[in-house]
Design a protein around this ligand. Structure first.
Ligand SMILES: [Zn+2]
Length: 240
């Protein structure tokens, strides 16, 4: 999203074209700047929507907060519609309401390619993505000497990295999404010690909210014994 071409502080939500020196110049303004610069075509609409000199600052702030929280590109038509329905409703991402995305086919190779960028997980640690769909993933690791602590056990950080990565893959596998979910908090529970062999982590969504989500991640050994249970809270933000 682009910033307002007048104040450069808030995001642009109103776009206009003007003709200057034989060229069409497209400009985007925030609500406040659009109001203050008196874009003629907007005056009536703004007035009809109850926006005036007394509340334009407050409205601009509300819109900016909404954009920052939801990462949604609002349209003015949506804005005016929302004003008509209630006093004021912030723009919301279409993520949550779109249940179709839950069953969307995810290209495993494309997801693997994208997450190669997560170098700490894939290169430094050596985690492999085995399976992915929206809200669910399986990742694995063949631990070697680099992953061990001083007494020959598996470092807790290995489980953490696997859990964080499994969560990120499950939550962000829709590569064309306009939002990205980042880790907000993680709770680690070590259940059993590791006695060698491949470690597999499964991540499953428990709760999907508008701004946050909660995942349960489990680490297993080759016999299917549960080594760790990790709870990950995610926060949804705009994809840059
Ligand atoms: Zn502005």
């Amino acid at each position: 999203m682009s910033y307002c071409s007048r104040c450069f502080e808030r995001h642009a939500i109103i776009f206009v074209s003007r003709h200057e020196n034989g060229a069409d110049i497209d400009e985007g303004f925030c609500l406040k700047c659009a109001y203050e610069s008196g874009i003629s075509s907007l005056e009536k609409q703004l007035a009809a929507s109850g926006i005036n000199a007394g509340n334009v600052d407050e409205m601009s702030d509300k819109i900016e907060i909404s954009i920052l929280e939801n990462g949604t590109e609002p349209s003015m038509s949506g804005f005016f519609q929302s004003l008509e329905k209630t006093e004021y409703k912030p723009f919301v991402s279409n993520r949550e309401s779109n249940t179709e995305t839950k069953n969307k086919m995810i290209d495993l190779e494309a997801v693997r390619k994208f997450f190669e960028g997560d170098k700490y997980a894939t290169e430094a640690t050596g985690i492999v993505i085995e399976k992915v769909e929206k809200g669910h993933s399986v990742v694995s690791l063949e631990p070697d000497g680099r992953h061990l602590n001083a007494v020959g056990g598996l470092m807790g950080a290995v489980y953490y990295t696997m859990a964080d990565f499994a969560f990120a893959v499950a939550e962000n596998c829709e590569l064309d999404s306009d939002t990205v979910t980042v880790t907000q908090a993680t709770q680690m529970n070590f259940l059993r010690s590791w006695h060698g062999g491949k470690v597999t982590c499964t991540a499953d969504i428990v709760k999907d909210g508008r701004f946050i989500c909660l995942y349960e991640v489990k680490a297993f050994d080759t016999e299917g014994k549960e080594l760790a249970l990790i709870i990950v809270n995610g926060f949804k933000t705009a994809r840059k």
